[in-house]
Design a protein around this ligand. Sequence first.
Ligand code: UDP
Length: 447
Amino acid sequence: MSVLPVPRRVALISVHTSPLAQPGTGDAGGMNVYVWQTATRLARRGVEVEIFTRATSSSDAPVVEAAPGVLVRHVVAGPFEGLDKQDLPGQLCAFTAGVLRAEAMNDPGYYDLIHSHYWLSGQVGWLARDRWSVPLVHTAHTLAAVKNASLAKGDTAEPRLREIGEQQVVDEADRLVANTATEAAELAAMYGADPERIDIVTPGADLDCYTTGSKAKARAELGLDPGERIVTFVGRIQPLKAPDVLLAAAAPLIHRSWQPDSGVPPLRVLIVGGPSGTGLERPGVLIEQAAQLGISEAVTFLPPQPSARLADVYRASDLVAVPSYSESFGLVAIEAQACGTPVIAARVGGLGVAVADGTSGLLVDGHEIDAWTSALESLLWQPDRLAELAASARGHAEQFSWEHTADRLLRSYGQAMRSLESSKHAVLKEHLNHKGALGLDGIGQRV
Ligand code: UDP
């Protein structure tokens, strides 16, 4: 098999969220981390990466060299502030114009490939791909059809507009990158994507930042009690992530554990992250829920944390909970395990890959509060079981590195470039054959 081509320069499109934003609130989450981590790894492999994202502040410089070999281009498309994600489809024309303009300032053939993230970026990539005659690789990150099939109570369904736009991108992309085999199967079954065009590329964790370490030290850093048992939620506060399920399920255990003669350490829930999306966007919603459940004193809220500090959060926790209704992968689960902390997660989407059920954590079916209470109890009050899972957590997480992700992405890029080359070659050949049949030479002269 011949060596696959490697792009010199990739246009990476991330319309709705910048890799420079702090993840954990608003629209900034796993996709930002993914874009940043893969861009820097690709750059280290000699591929220049230019990330196009929407300018959201007048202070965003048009071009920022964010790391060696990684440029972030802030495209002005609509007002800097006050524009929701659902308003962005109306700005795609302006955004695409900005992308095309950046390329036009350079030599033709400046970008070898486009990698779009989320369907909004896919729409931009589709047009730019046609204009530049380069391949389009697309990562969906989340799929509307999957999300709509397992909505949280009170959550808003993804609009038809997105379903249509997402379908178009799936149909148009030269290659699709899926986080797991589950996602690849969903793309095939729900969107009719040809499995031959799908590459399964698992995301990773920064294994140098997320490392095991002293729990006591991490708790001291964060001002947390060394004697408590701590279960932690990390992520954007939104219905899909189900932090409310964790609070409700932990409440009876908290009540019991805080009795003077309970025989178990007092339980605390730590919630790290900020509001995002619909339903739980009011910062006070979880605070009110904790008050109604009578557990306010046993719940600690922390705003979004940078990764180095988040590593301490994971180390300080006895267990990290990811009760999401749907999750295409779940970076938080891998990061927590990389810090040696077991994970309890809903058995949905990519979490079945991110957590080794019974080895590095526990998967729970459904979102029934009683089932979650029992599952939490089976771990939190069983220190030996927790210790056993913790001992395997780092090993499981080590399978998921961003280096591995970058290698697999390069393979996907290479395949996309090779297919395009052969289809261009086939078109040219057909064109020449056609001319030959008409008695024309290669430049259209009659022979
Ligand atoms: N995150 C962070 N600080 C926080 C909360 C979250 O940096 O306070 C990051 C976290 O490290 C993870 C990402 O946000 O990499 C969330 O990714 P995940 O896949 O868990 O969820 P998503 O946001 O993609 O739905």
